[in-house]
Design a protein around this ligand. Structure first.
Ligand SMILES: [Zn+2]
Length: 383
């Protein structure tokens, strides 16, 4: 399976290289069909590539095509080089009946081309009629199998309640009803241990056995943190989808937010240091993943609103001013004196805009422009 990972990485990196040569005015870089043809040629020529699975190699190209589509759709960053030991994995398609079997309550089995049958821990429900699965290996060396399935949408509570969700700075998520939660991180003792390990790594000789052990221990700690975050995203998105009819979120593109801080060589970004800190927080909160899961679990009930001014507008009197934001955490309106948690105030603005969108959608007119800020009486707002 490590060999499959290596082949997938190799083919992916070739695709990255092909596309990196493209400049405006040049003929477009090869698409999926052309890349598949080239792969067939390469396999005919090189025995080591031919010895691998064509399904694995073609799917790496398919994944790359999808990654480029996501990039042009502005939802993801441009696909980059894959390195050994980071995000390793491959996808299996053309799954036949019997390729996925349950052996007992806790044990299942999948078929992996050129490898045979591989057992896995049956830790959650697997959907009927699986068409593909992805095998991955995390940096801690654990192997996983994931079955492509969009989670079933959750039932609408039917109460007409609209909630605004803001990704906070101090907290990961603030709701318009005042609830605030943060994605879990490592515990203090774990953080201290991580710090000790990082120092140890700096002292360890390159290529030594000890260095390898320290590296693995660091990877295990980081994997633990990632697991907790993913779990938090699932629970939070399920809770929101179950409790609220309409969920307003900022239409922020993680990519744009994370890119702006650095600026360019000609116009270096201002406040680079503060922004870098903020960006880390945003990424750590797994915001993009949360919105994605919300859209799966509450399809058609997630309203993405333009985040412009949502953090500077007073929710009580609609006065907009930069000075309204006293600090990262506090909001104090310079016009009416309204005081609130800054993230909650922003969440309420998001809720009001989302409620406006929902009413307009119900009335049959799709209004894309500025939205009325008056409260909408036929929808119950939270907070
Ligand atoms: Zn005000």
């Amino acid at each position: 399976m490590a060999e499959h990972c290596g082949h997938a990485r190799y083919v992916w990196n070739l695709a990255v290289e092909q596309h990196s040569h493209w400049r405006p005015g040049r003929k477009s870089a090869p698409g999926f069909a052309e890349q598949c043809r080239q792969l067939t040629e390469a396999r005919a020529e090189f025995a080591w590539l031919r010895s691998g699975s064509i399904v694995v190699q073609q799917q790496a190209l398919k994944d790359f095509t999808q990654a480029m589509a996501n990039f042009f759709g502005e939802t993801h960053k441009r696909p980059t080089w894959r390195r050994r030991g980071q995000g390793e994995g491959f996808r299996i398609v053309a799954v036949k009946a019997g390729d996925v079997r349950r052996l007992s309550r806790n044990v299942g089995e999948i078929r992996v081309p050129k490898v045979g049958r591989v057992r896995f821990r049956w830790s959650r429900a697997i959907p009927e009629g699986v068409k593909s699965y992805r095998v991955t290996r995390d940096s801690a060396g654990r192997w996983f199998v994931a079955f492509a399935a969009i989670p079933e949408s959750l039932p609408t509570p039917g109460t007409g309640v609209v909630v605004g969700v803001d990704r906070g700075v101090a907290v990961s998520v603030a709701l318009s009803n005042g609830e605030m939660t943060s994605a879990p991180t490592l515990r203090e003792t774990e953080k201290a241990r991580l710090l000790r390990l990082v120092r140890k790594l700096a002292r360890a000789r390159k290529g030594s056995r000890r260095r390898g052990e320290v590296k693995a221990a660091i990877a295990r700690l980081r994997a633990r943190e990632t697991d907790r975050r993913k779990d938090w995203v699932e629970k939070t998105s399920t809770g929101l989808a179950r409790r609220f009819d309409v969920i307003g979120v900022e239409d922020l593109k993680v990519k744009n937010m994370t890119r702006s801080a650095k600026g360019t060589v000609e116009t270096p970004g201002r406040n680079v240091r503060q922004k870098a800190g903020l960006n880390r927080g945003i990424l750590a909160a797994g915001w993009g993943r949360l919105v994605e899961r919300l859209e799966h679990k509450a399809p058609g009930r997630v309203v993405k609103v333009n985040p412009r001014f949502t953090s500077q507008t007073c929710n009580a009197c609609a006065h907009i001013a930069k000075e309204n934001r006293e600090s990262q955490a506090d909001f104090l309106c310079v016009a009416c004196g309204h005081q609130a948690n800054a993230d909650v105030n922003a969440a309420r603005n998001i809720r009001d805009i989302a409620a406006g969108h929902a009413v307009n959608a119900r009335g049959g007119d799709r209004v894309a422009g500025p939205v009325k800020r008056e409260p909408q009486h036929d929808l119950l707002l939270v907070g």
